[in-house]
Design a protein around this ligand. Structure first.
Ligand code: GKR
Ligand code: MG
Length: 418
């Protein structure tokens, strides 16, 4: 089966004003949908970031794949690498680790790689999870991903979620998300308020949800001293503390005295980072993410490395739609040592999905799609609508800090902040 054509469609969809350590989500999320077509008449889907630099790299790589066999992942990755000409990207998509030439290839290769699994699954009439080694779970647990947020974007009507700017608001949001989707784990995006207030919010969550594993992720907004202080305060309360402090060195400093395991999707985000990260004892849980670890097969390599070195494995998310969620779910279902509930932003954006049938959580878990390939179908009218949203939204690059500054001109991006 040979690739005849690749269609790359940038899309945008609405997003609530979710706060994080570098600002606030803009009213639109940018993503890119990739369709890989073959001479067998089968088409595979992939979804990736939408920032302009990345989009241009995806667009540059796409035509280079024509004529390749969909089974030839090494050949496809090599063509992507050549098409990129040895350039390291600079768009971070909310990450902070060093971006290298190799990791840039991985990010661009990923949506094409996912599409080839979709095609191969369709050709064999088997779900992708079967091709990845078989399901070790029929449904993949996800966590309720809480954010401090304003009631609505400035100047717009309040959204359906309302404000969450203190412990009560956070607990109310957790009740809403767990009520709607049945999530049994909870993650709070921190790095927004002074650490004491975020610790109070976690304590309030613990009281309201005595049995739910809890996590806090300040996205490296704290110095190692602050990170250590919080780790001791929340000992016995959190299942892990995510990215308290910047870089491998900062994380290692916290880890050396922390009673809690530390997790990351910031300091260990490429294969090059694994050896130094393990050597420094910087992280106990790596958050995998096929969008930047180079697709599903390379994410399984990551899982094997983590297993080898006794490092735990969880799963990271950024704002995304259902093609990504389906791929995440097949991967997680086929990865035995992925034993934490995965992160997902999907509940914040699912109303705008481009699938004919948006995906639904059951008791906090996503049943692994059973149809051939990824088991999801693109709705062309919805795709066209989101592509039109992209053209008219006026944003080509995610900029949480820039948007925050339009509302609070004195806002500064600082890492660490506390
Ligand atoms: O959506 O604001 C956000 C998150 O902060 C995202 O950008 C992070 O990459 O969710 C991510 C995380 O776990 O750090
Ligand atoms: Mg994180």
């Amino acid at each position: 089966m040979r690739i005849t054509d690749v269609v790359v469609t940038p899309i945008a969809f609405p997003d609530p004003p979710l706060l994080n350590s570098v600002g606030v989500h803009e009213p639109w999320v940018l993503r890119t949908v990739v369709e890989v077509r073959t001479d067998a008449g089968l088409t595979g889907l992939g979804e990736t970031y939408g920032d302009i630099g990345h989009l241009n790299r995806v667009r540059a790589a796409a035509p280079a794949l024509t004529g390749l066999d969909v089974h030839d992942l090494n050949g496809i990755r090599a063509r992507v690498s050549t098409a990129l000409g040895g350039q390291a990207g600079s768009d971070r998509h909310g990450l902070t680790g060093q971006l290298t030439v190799e990791s840039t290839v991985d990010r661009v290769f990923s949506p094409f790689e996912v599409a080839t699994w979709d095609i191969r699954g369709k050709a064999l009439d088997r779900p992708v999870v079967d091709l990845l080694g078989g399901a070790v779970r029929d449904a993949v647990p996800y966590s309720a991903y809480l954010f401090y947020k304003w009631a609505g974007h400035p100047g717009a009507e309040p959204d359906e979620w309302g404000a969450a700017l203190d412990a009560d608001g956070v607990v109310a949001q957790a009740r809403e998300l767990t009520g709607r989707h049945g999530f049994r784990s909870i993650k709070l995006k921190g790095g927004v308020l002074p650490p004491d207030e975020e610790v109070a919010a976690i304590r309030a969550l613990r009281e309201a949800f005595p049995d739910h594993p809890l996590r806090l992720d300040p996205n490296a907004a704290w110095s190692p001293t602050t990170g250590l202080k919080v780790a001791h305060e929340l000992d016995g309360v959190l299942e892990y503390l995510e990215d308290p402090s910047p870089e491998i060195e900062g994380m290692a400093e916290v880890a050396a005295g922390s009673p809690l395991p530390l997790a990351t999707n910031m300091c260990t985000i490429a294969f090059e980072h694994l050896a130094p990260s393990v050597a420094a004892g910087a992280v106990q849980v790596v958050l995998s993410d096929h969008h930047y670890w180079g697709g599903l097969a390379r994410s399984k390599e990551l899982a094997a490395i983590c297993r080898t070195f006794g490092v735990g494995l969880s799963m990271h998310s950024n704002s995304h739609l259902g093609i990504s969620l389906a791929a995440m779910t097949h991967l997680a279902a086929a990865t035995p040592n992925l034993d934490y509930a995965c992160d997902t932003h999907y509940p914040w954006n699912s109303a705008w999905d481009v699938l004919t049938e948006p995906l639904s959580f059951v008791d906090g878990a996503l049943p692994v799609p059973t149809g051939p390939g990824l088991g999801v179908e693109l709705d062309r009218d919805k795709l066209a609508a989101r592509a039109e949203d992209y053209r008219r939204c006026g944003i080509v690059q995610r900029d949480d800090t820039g948007y925050m500054r339009t509302i609070d001109p004195g806002y500064e991006r600082r890492r660490p902040r506390w």
